[in-house]
Write a protein of this length. Structure first.
Length: 236
């Protein structure tokens, strides 16, 4: 599925001004937005998800407009069918695992009941080996379990695209390697397009079918990973 992003956004905070001007077309199932902190990666991802409204430009997914400033189109976040996985996972601390996953199926802000479930929720709990902790709360989970809950919540609503904001940053080295493998296998099995943002070379190596390198709010390079050599990758 082709994702086209061509947007501009000016952000000001006190005396700081940031100009986001990003334009690229992604035609692979795995797209990585790569660059240092402050490059504009998260702002771009939020614009695709509908969490940030650009000042100008357009965003299309599979040829359908998600945003078009000139035509006055701005599809609401929920209707974009774009699942967003936040860096800190954004789990609801007062809801158990089953409720957190089921929340994605709810309209409005009513929480699922603590023992309420559905076929879809149980499917993803089983798929991510979370059934045994279905009644547990986020504070009782490991980092890897929290990420799997967040992924299950993102996928239960059957999104058209998966958006991941630094999904491995909060994990230790061993868990990062494991979760990279698990996410790679899952994405291959589901055949769902994904956009992942990172500043880690290892993430680029695994998921960079197409790499969009950003710096200072603009695109520096767009390439397939094979043509995106190590010397192009800034070290941390």
């Amino acid at each position: 599925m082709t994702l086209t992003v061509d947007i501009r956004k000016t952000l000001t905070a006190r005396e700081r001004r940031f100009e986001l001007s990003v334009s690229f077309t992604g035609s692979c199932q795995r797209i990585v937005l790569f660059g240092p902190s402050g490059a504009g990666k998260t702002l771009t991802l939020k614009a695709v998800a509908g969490l940030l409204k650009p000042d100008a430009g357009a965003i299309t997914l599979g040829g359908a407009p998600l945003f078009d400033a000139a035509r006055g189109i701005d599809i609401p976040t929920r209707e974009r069918a774009a699942a967003y996985l936040f860096q800190d996972y954004a789990l609801f601390p007062h809801l158990n695992v089953r409720q957190n996953v089921g929340f994605a199926l709810r309209r409005g802000w009513l929480n699922p009941r603590s023992r309420e479930s559905s076929r879809e929720v149980e499917y993803w709990l089983d798929a991510f080996d979370l059934t045994a902790v279905g009644s547990s709360y986020p504070a009782q989970l490991s980092g890897g379990q929290k990420q799997r809950v967040a992924l299950a919540r993102a996928l239960v609503a059957e999104p058209r695209i998966l958006l991941l904001d630094e999904p491995f940053a909060a994990l230790d080295a061993g868990m990062r390697e494991r979760m990279r493998r698990e996410l790679s296998d899952l994405q291959t099995r589901l055949d769902i397009p994904m956009v992942l943002i990172t500043h880690d070379e290892a993430d680029v190596a695994v998921f960079g079918d197409q790499v969009v390198q950003l710096a200072g709010g603009s695109v520096q390079e767009v390439a397939h990973y094979e043509g995106f050599t190590a010397r192009n990758l800034p070290r941390r």
